[in-house]
Design a protein. Structure first.
Lengths: 477, 443
């Protein structure tokens, strides 16, 4: 056979190996702390994540940033280990200890050799239960956050995300705020505030530790009991933070907010609105729909704006899901001259996925990708533990991951169109951009995408947040 | 002496052979997960570009996804994703790589796709696709470098660490002018020259039957002709030191000044580079590290710090670091503190505890990375392509763990010297004149 004949015949797939999401076990300690273990033979590095259902969205508006600052400050010293001594003790085990907070949960995690799991859990417990919140270190972390906010203004990518969220949510929703806090709230985050947040986190009734890896010969619940048996013991219990935060739309008709950044060679664009909770009953059709629209490498948006028009290096769209309704957005950066056509084409794709059914070929491509890539996603203990943590935090059913592939297989063309019509709202889109308004302002005004506001440059203006807000108001009126 | 608790070093067993046409094939079996990684490294990178054609290796990498003799434009991605796989390609100074990770029953598809573009790329090449990807790459340059604060720091380090006639002097992304000038004939010539089986390493790692994999590779790649006249690169040898300190002030739309430091360092595979890797961990790896502790925690003069090594094989590597200056702090103070910490690691051995912590962390990082089949495939192909030594995947950990305090001190003293140093200082636009009065006086 010639090379051409050989290559002309496309190979067909072999027999797939059976795959099931790993089984996990759950034990509840007397304190109420759940221990979720997943044995993954021949995976010598073990991942352990302690999760508490108390996240950024539970903090009061005037203390925005308190939860993340608390998490960061916890590695600044504990009763037995002042300063960074605890982190150093972890390093001697080859372990890096992390504390972090998301919208829905507070997490402390470590990855360590199975043989050193017990010692690592002791350190994790000390870190979570005994932080001292030294005044000077907390002050430094506050300053670091304020400095980081300066950097956000200068970085068009971070700036547009912040502006988009602030645009689409009403001010009483935590999702419109920056998770790390802003110029107004951060100075209020005293050590007392952090201690208050910390106390509310120490609640075993709303906590679980997920541990995965090769657990051969380890009695994990006993190791956890030894390290974390008294977790939260002396603290007043708070009510579970399992109520979704407010997530109302501040936008009721199409609007355009353009942040002027002179000389920008690209426009950073976000187009969207308040989206969906992870608990939406049509989660799987929504996932397939979003993959076709803007998730796959060959999504409609990518094929149109990148592979046909060359306006961008990449464009995506999707729903950022949490306990409450996170944002839906189209996200891209386009060359300045292509700003208006890029918005037009994006709107066209949003309209098209609502109005016309996807083809059977598109459905198959997205479905087969999501089903087929599932085992690849869970190759390592860290990934399995992370997914199980998500199940705990949002109270999803235990078989959520085991069912995933069957649910995706069952998605139909009709279900996709219904998901698009139910959850993509052209009548309240916010188009938020950071770019050179001098170059595109007139064309943008003429395009009539919605009420247009152009907001003055913040970095070169040298002003603080207050001046910027005033500038924004002026344009509005 | 050995810690009884020490994890058994992960051993990657593999076979290493060459087809008659010169394609180097490395296969490593691991049935833990039902996935397999395919990774192909071509021994061509931006160092092969000549003046007036910068950015070409990377633009070409994009063209490799635009279809081939039996695959339509963008179909490569469509087929891999519909198979439940992931894929991409990357270009760097020394090489270009392409990779797919797929469910193991889809291995043949990935091999066929790679073979089809190695054999028949030019059958699908046309002006429209080239122009489209040229526009995409120019947007990649805008988005990754030009429109990003501090975005061109690495390009500026390259300019100073490597002399103008050296192939590492110019950035992999290239210049807008050169990208505009790239023609169809340039693409065809580049393909014919470098995209030959004898200029490639193919690594297959994961849930694979080696005999079956070998048969498929033989079938799809075996008939692709070699190019026996691949031009040799010129001599890239460099003196070990830059010679004089290079300094540059860059005005940018940034709120905080930031220093970037660069040094010419020994090549990848040199034990001194391993020692510098361990030094980097001690200097800036985590909150207990020297630079973080002093500049960020104790003196509160920097917002963040980093230090790292980028291994290269063409004459020298780069060791680099950075520190972002806190508002109200004189950038010169931050620079001085950073340099004092580098001087200290040259002057005195690191402590036994620092070394023990660095080793333990590096061991975990290495094990964590090698858990994944795609990372193993990438490293096997990398070590085969760049060092002609795929077994380095099994020896690299031992090399790190064998680094002593004396090794670190010696390597640091050779490399982290003022006359081998580049200091770039990014200043908020309009403030450069006041913030950098020490420029002329610095040694």
């Amino acid at each position: 056979m010639t090379l051409d004949q050989i290559l002309s015949a496309r190979p067909s797939p072999g027999q797939p190996r059976t795959y099931a999401f790993p089984n996990f076990e759950r034990t509840v300690l007397t304190s109420g702390l759940q221990v979720i273990t997943v044995d993954l033979p021949n995976r010598p590095l073990v991942s352990a994540n302690l999760l508490i259902r108390r996240g950024v969205s539970d903090e009061p508006a005037d203390l925005a940033g308190a939860t993340i600052l608390t998490a960061r400050a916890m590695t600044e010293g504990t009763r037995r280990y002042p300063g960074v001594e605890l982190l150093e003790a972890g390093e001697r085990l080859g372990a890096t200890l992390h504390v972090d907070a998301s919208w829905d949960a507070f997490t402390a995690s470590v990855e360590v050799a199975a043989t050193r799991l017990g010692a690592a859990l002791e350190l994790l417990a000390e870190l979570v239960e005994q932080p001292t919140f030294p005044e000077s270190d907390v002050a430094r972390l506050r300053d670091e956050r304020l400095n980081d906010l300066l950097q956000v203004k200068a970085d068009p990518r971070r700036r547009v995300d912040q502006a988009f969220n602030a645009t689409i949510y009403t001010t009483d929703s935590p999702y419109g705020r920056s998770a790390g806090g802003d110029e107004d709230s951060v100075p209020r985050l005293t050590t007392d505030v952090l201690r208050g947040i910390h106390r509310s986190v120490l609640d075993p009734r709303h906590a679980a530790i997920v541990i995965g890896g090769d657990l051969t010969g380890l009695n994990v619940p006993r190791l956890v009991e030894a390290a974390l048996g008294s977790f939260g013991g002396e603290n007043p219990k708070h009510e579970p933070a399992t109520v979704a935060p407010r997530a109302e739309s501040a936008v009721d008709h199409p609007i355009v907010r353009f942040y002027h950044r002179p000389g920008s060679v690209q426009t950073e664009l976000r187009i969207g609105h308040v989206g969906l909770s992870r608990l939406t009953p049509d989660f799987h059709p929504v996932q397939v729909m979003a993959a076709i629209l803007g998730g796959l490498f060959n999504s409609r948006l990518q094929m149109n704006l990148r592979e046909e028009k060359g306006y961008t290096y990449g464009i995506g769209a999707g729903f950022d899901m949490r306990r409450g309704a996170g944002p839906f957005s189209v996200r891209t950066a386009v060359q300045t001259a292509a700003t208006v056509p890029s918005i037009s084409e994006s709107l066209l794709e949003l309209r098209r996925i609502r109005e016309t059914p996807v083809t059977a070929v598109e459905l198959a491509a997205a479905r087969d990708y999501l089903v087929g890539v599932f085992p690849l996603r869970f190759e390592t203990p860290g990934a399995v533990v992370g997914a199980l943590g998500g199940i705990f935090v949002l109270d999803l059913p235990d078989d959520e991951l085991a069912r995933y592939r069957d649910e995706v297989e069952a998605v139909t063309v009709e279900a996709i169109q219904k998901a698009a019509q139910d959850h993509i709202h052209l009548d309240r889109l916010a188009i938020v951009a950071v770019g050179d308004a001098d170059a595109v302002g007139a064309e943008l005004a003429a395009a009539g995408f919605g009420d247009l506001e152009i907001i003055a440059d913040e970095v070169l203006a040298g002003g603080g947040a207050a001046e910027v807000a005033e500038a924004a108001d002026e344009v509005t009126e | 002496m050995e810690d009884p608790d020490r994890m058994t070093a992960l051993s990657v067993r593999f076979t290493d052979e060459r087809l008659a046409n010169g394609l180097r094939l490395i296969v490593s079996e691991d049935h833990l997960a039902p996935v397999v990684a395919v990774c192909i490294w071509y021994n061509v990178g931006s160092k092969h570009e000549v003046e007036g054609k910068t950015g070409f290796a990377h633009l070409f990498e994009h063209v490799m996804f635009q279809g081939s003799g039996h695959v339509a434009k963008a179909e490569h991605m469509a087929l891999v994703q519909a198979a439940g796989g992931t894929m991409n390609g990357t270009t760097w100074l020394d090489r270009t790589n392409y990779f797919e990770t797929v469910p193991s029953h889809q291995l043949e598809l990935a091999l066929w796709l790679e073979a089809d573009r190695m054999a028949t790329l030019l059958d699908a090449l046309n002006q429209e696709n080239l122009d489209n990807q040229r526009a995409v790459v120019k947007n990649e340059k805008r988005s990754s470098y030009d429109n990003r604060p501090y975005g061109d720091w690495f390009h500026k380090l390259q300019e100073h660490v490597f002399p103008p006639d050296h192939p590492y002097h110019h950035p992999t992304i290239g210049s807008m002018e050169d990208l505009d000038a790239a023609s169809l004939e340039d693409v065809a010539e580049f393909f014919r020259t470098y995209y030959a089986p004898n200029n490639a390493v193919l690594a297959i790692v994961g849930d694979v039957d080696p005999a079956q994999a070998r048969a498929w590779v033989e079938r799809y790649f075996g008939e692709i002709p070699a190019n026996r006249t691949i031009p040799a690169l010129g001599d890239m040898t460099l003196p070990p030191l830059i010679g004089t300190e290079a300094r540059e002030i860059v005005e940018d739309r940034v709120p905080l000044p930031r220093h970037f430091f660069g040094f010419r360092a020994p090549m990848m595979g040199d034990p001194r580079l391993d020692a510098l890797d361990v030094a980097a961990q001690i200097l800036a790896g985590g909150k207990g590290s020297r630079l973080y502790r002093r500049l960020v925690r104790d003196e509160k003069i920097a917002q963040d710090v980093s230090f790292f090594v980028l291994g290269l094989i063409g004459g020298a590597s780069i060791a680099a670091g950075q520190a972002t200056v806190r508002p109200g702090v004189d950038p010169a103070v931050v620079e001085r503190a950073f340099e004092e910490e580098l001087e200290l690691i040259c002057r005195e051995p690191v402590t036994a505890d620092e070394l023990a912590r660095a080793r333990a962390l590096i061991e975990t990082f290495e094990l964590e990375a090698l858990q994944r089949v795609d990372e193993r495939a990438d490293r096997l192909a990398m070590y085969a392509t760049l060092l002609d030594d795929p077994d380095m995947i099994n020896r690299q950990m031992g090399r790190y763990l064998g680094v002593t305090a004396a090794d670190i001190q010696a390597a640091a003293a050779e490399v982290l010297r003022p006359e081998n140093r580049v200091v770039l200082t990014y200043m908020p636009a309009g403030e450069a004149a006041t913030g950098t009065t020490d420029e002329e006086t610095a040694a």
